[in-house]
Design a protein around this ligand. Structure first.
Ligand code: GTP
Length: 597
């Protein structure tokens, strides 16, 4: 296709503002799918992703559109992942396009995620077309939201396109807007092949499918290609496009977006952002901006039932086939036995993997406290990365510790601002900025990531009744007064509950965890002390009183079925417990104990 007839774009939006609905409409309008096929939303496919309303994998679709000028254009839509944890993937997907549609719900206005995504789009020099969606809603306020886009983002919104993705109103205007307002790509067909690896996923029949954006040169079947960062070489088996169904093509030229297969065994062999070139005639320099995927949040995953260890290993292997951004290695815990230490791009990513293991693979898991990566500067001058509080070196050998800090942007209606500021202050936050935009406050805070990984997002949602939106990125490492806090149950340390905590917050955290555990651990026949300690010093303590009566005593000895039911129920409960010394600790205690109220 001629460069002047190509438009590559993505849609940036906050969750629920209608990105998928609009994408489906664009596909429908340009004839990519029949009415029946449209029934299922196409671009969000995985169940859990859909339930949580997020897109993890970038998807793409090629649309043929005959514009009002009579010419037929190829429009490539790259769908960007919808969550902060996948900021780098978003960045690469955006870098593969020349422009974006900025979709804002006209009844809601600009949200934190909208801002984060639109700034990313601006960073990669996108032309941006504002689109106000849901104007069919009585609560829609297009004029107010336009003003907000201008005030907050600094984008001219006077010719924003007003649409309803639901009813189909204005979809033609969006297509025209793409053709007339977004720039065509540039590139040189005669130059050596240079393509960006935008995304990849595993297909049971074809192996790994790689989504690419061609910058220069041509990609063809039979070519030998080289990944410039990973250095791996492959023979191209197939080249094609998504309409949205897969369709083979002869070749892909400059400006085009499509896929290749090359008998690549695992997604881990393909790095998002890598540059693909031809082995015979390689490009001189790779594309700028490549970054290897780097997990930032770590936790241990242990099967509740030790017999499920092999199942867990196999399940992790299967998930990793399609997600190279999480990593795992075997870990043994004195308390929990055999399990895996896993690294994730962020908390949500952790949640997705954990849920899939439980739901799709039926494995009951104990998740240990999420931890960030600490930099331990040792007295001998070396630096050690600490991923697991259990591996904390002897404190006398540590000179100082650094922890990661994030910059968080929170948008919230005025009435909840007080609660949000308090939450941030409680988590050692440092205010950077506080402004008002269209009746809402925008707070920018620097926060230590370790205060955010536990339950910051849940707390934020609960103190603002779900009205706050939140976005963050990691900024730097900074020295902190950090210590390891152990939890002892019946005088035995439970390694899975150990956390790294700021000294000034240790006592409150310790007290909170002991109080929680007191309620979470059922009574036993003996008294159980629950303690929090730093080094050998106990900083908080609770006691679980001994059980007095047999539970079945409540059943007046009479009703045998009721009695049996109760015993069965107890047994069921038992399954979800783990024994620590003489004490049974229920599975949910491990996560609940870490939440702060
Ligand atoms: P994620 O994929 O979860 O990021 O969300 P999204 O931005 O893709 O939103 P989606 O298209 O799933 O739409 C969210 C909700 O808004 C759905 O219930 C849609 O039916 C609804 N919706 C989308 N567009 C419109 C619209 O124009 N009008 C109305 N009334 N509802 C809409």
């Amino acid at each position: 296709t001629e460069l002047s007839k190509i438009r590559n774009f993505s849609i940036v939006a906050h969750i629920d503002h209608g990105k998928s609905t609009l994408a489906d409409r664009l596909i429908q309008k340009t004839g990519g799918l029949s009415e029946r096929e449209m029934k299922e939303q196409v671009l969000d496919s995985m169940d859990i992703e859909r339930e949580r309303g997020i897109t993890v994998k970038a998807q793409t679709v090629r649309l043929d559109y005959t514009a009002q000028d009579g010419e037929t254009y190829v429009l490539n839509l790259i769908d960007t992942p919808g969550h902060v944890d996948f900021a780098y993937e978003v960045n690469r997907s955006l870098a593969a396009c020349e422009g974006s549609l900025l979709v804002v719900d006209a009844s809601q206005g600009v949200e934190a995620q909208t801002l984060a995504n639109v700034y990313q789009a601006i960073e990669v020099d996108h032309e941006i077309v504002p689109v106000l969606n849901k104007i069919d809603l009585p609560a829609a306020e297009p004029e107010r939201v336009k003003q907000q886009i201008e005030d907050v983002i600094g984008l001219d919104a006077s010719d924003a396109i007003e649409i309803s993705a639901k009813t189909g109103l204005g979809i033609e205007d969006v297509l025209e807007g793409i053709v007339t307002r977004l720039p065509a790509p540039e590139g040189d067909r005669a130059a050596p092949l240079k393509a960006m690896l935008v995304d990849s996923w595993y297909d049971a029949y074809l192996g790994v499918i790689v989504l690419v954006r061609i910058i220069d040169g041509e990609l063809k079947k039979g070519q030998r290609i080289r990944m410039m960062a990973s250095k791996a070489v492959y023979g191209v088996d197939e080249v094609g496009v998504f309409r949205p169904k897969k369709e083979k093509v002869e070749s892909l030229g400059p400006g085009e977006i499509g896929y290749l297969t090359a008998s690549i065994k695992q997604v881990a062999d393909t790095a998002v952002g890598d540059t693909i070139t031809e082995e015979r005639r390689p490009a001189e320099k790779p594309l700028p901006g490549f970054k290897p995927a780097q997990p930032v949040v770590f936790c241990g995953l242990f099967p509740v039932d030790a017999a499920q260890f092999e199942d867990l290993r196999e399940a992790l292997g299967k998930l990793r086939l399609n997600d190279a951004s999480f990593e795992y290695e075997m870990e043994t815990s004195a308390a929990l036995g055999f399990g895996f230490r896993c690294g994730f791009l962020g908390l949500l990513h952790l949640e997705i993997i954990r849920e899939r293991l439980e739901r799709e693979f039926n494995i009951d898991l104990i998740t240990t406290a999420p931890s960030v990566i600490y930099h331990m500067y040792m007295t001998d001058g070396t630096m050690v990365e600490l991923h697991n509080p259990a591996d904390m070196p002897d404190p006398v050998k540590i000179d100082y510790i650094e922890e990661p800090w994030i910059k968080a942007t929170i948008l919230v209606p005025d009435e909840y601002l007080g609660a949000v500021l308090k939450l941030c202050e409680d988590r050692r936050g440092i205010q950077q900025d506080l402004t008002y935009v269209g009746g809402r406050a925008m707070a920018v805070y620097r926060l230590p990531l370790n205060e955010v990984v536990f339950d910051f997002y849940d707390r934020l949602k609960s103190v603002t009744k779900g009205y706050a939106s939140f976005d963050y990125n990691i900024e730097d490492y900074q020295q902190g007064d950090l210590v390891k806090m152990s939890i002892l149950v019946n005088a035995e340390p439970v390694d899975a509950l150990a956390i790294i905590v700021h000294k000034g917050r240790a006592e409150a955290r310790g007290r909170g965890m002991c109080e929680k555990l007191k309620d979470l651990i059922p009574r036993h026949l003996f008294k159980i002390p629950v303690q929090a300690a730093i080094g050998g010093r106990v900083i908080a303590r609770e006691t679980i009183a001994a059980m007095r009566k047999d539970v079945t005593a409540k059943c007046y000895g009479g009703d045998a079925t009721r009695k049996r039911k109760l015993l069965d129920k107890q047994k069921e409960g038992k399954k979800r417990m783990r024994q620590f010394g003489k004490v049974d600790i229920p599975q949910e205690a491990f996560i609940s104990a870490l939440k702060m109220d």
